[in-house]
Design a protein around this ligand. Sequence first.
Ligand code: SF4
Length: 490
Amino acid sequence: MGGLCGVVSKVDCTLDLFFGTDYHSHLGTHRGGMAVLQKNGTFHRSIHNIQNAPFRSKFENDLAKFEGNSGIGVISDTDPQPLVMCSHLGTFALVTVGLIENIEEIKKELFDRNAAQLQYSTTSGMVGPTEVVSALIATQSSFVEGVKYVQEKVRGSCTILLLDEHGHLYAARDKYGRTPIIIGKKDGSMIALQESCAMPNLGYKYVRDLGPGEMVELSAEGDVTTLIEPGEEMAICSFLWVYYGYPASSYEGRNVEMARYRCGGALAKRDNVKIDAACGIPDSGTSHALGYAHEAGVKFARPFVKYTPTWARSFMPQDQRQREHVASMKLIPIPGLIQNKKLVFCDDSIVRGTQLGKQAARLYESGCLETHMRIACPPLVFPCRFINFSRSKNEYDLITRRYIRGHEGENVDLSKYTNADGEEYKKMVEFIREKLNLTSLQFQRLEDLVKAIGLDETKLCTYCWTGRDVSLKGERKGCAACKNCPCAGK
Ligand code: SF4
């Protein structure tokens, strides 16, 4: 995923930028960076590897070297950022969040026009997406035309902050608004960021969310000038509320923690299991479980606690084996809350199922009588194509898709596995329950998830669960890109 933050101010912006960016640390594990425009018109930039240490500790020693009234920062799960680029538009700093599904196609187009040379990373063996975005912008006559061109060319998503050499701060939300940009204001400063929870402690008041595809310029005087009008179609990622958004944040006016309570409540409303307590798999499962417990009128308990002093972050390393190892190190069981108990556990989602299976085994080892798992979203059937969502990169990472392949083979109609009332769906859920050795398993129904978030379904991306998306309307049935997609051609 990744997160970004930009500040323009009448005074030095460094501390607001530093803490504002730090509040996005749960969104990425790869690189953190900041670029500030200095009084002499040059950029000061620093990028650190944050795979083994948090952003804040990596940047504390750098802070004294930053001074300037405008800057941008990023927590990146992809390439090292911010980039500082020289072009016919002048020098500018750039950060991006998103996923460019057609990056090879765009690179070829740039090379065919003799319009760019792109730096090859000897670490990843790839060209960074932010560099491709900067090259696209620089093919046009202005930053505004450049951002429009990016929105036209990129398949996937791309949210951008751009700071030019004159201190103009531009924020451009992805064409379909998959990831948010929120604007805040205090006396003499404005901020643009993804996680609104960064604002209160830095003294900013909420101004508004940018619309899908909207581009604005922010001024230290408090003006927000729209340069590209918002589009009519929005598909903001529903997983922000289910899993990776920070509980204290709100997007489109819908708070994450409250949406998770409602998710848990909705699960409880459809349940009649007799239990001793409702519990959550930390972190996001805890909020879902509180909602469940309140609605069901049962006790809330924490039979697993998370060791936070050194495992504070919710995201994991990209490497699967390391990730599984870290996940088992983080959670510590409390046998007294487990032994001879019948428990409901709430979790945000099931991807591979490996972790959940291990946690269930640990519960039985500690004497749990019954483990009822309740999942805050429907079964994940389609890996994300729109943001760099590390939970489901490959279709056969998903336990559902492995079941379907084993059951029916490849290239099958997947829509029957997304219908919660259908027989094929029920068989798939029963397979997962048995595989993970759970007493019972229920997933959230899509309509309940949508209601818990509180936005109209037409404004949400639900592709993970439905295979339907506004951006796929033009794709023809059977084309390579949307193979197996039930919405193809509609
Ligand atoms: S496919 Fe899933 S993870 Fe990706 S943007 Fe849509 S809802 Fe979010």
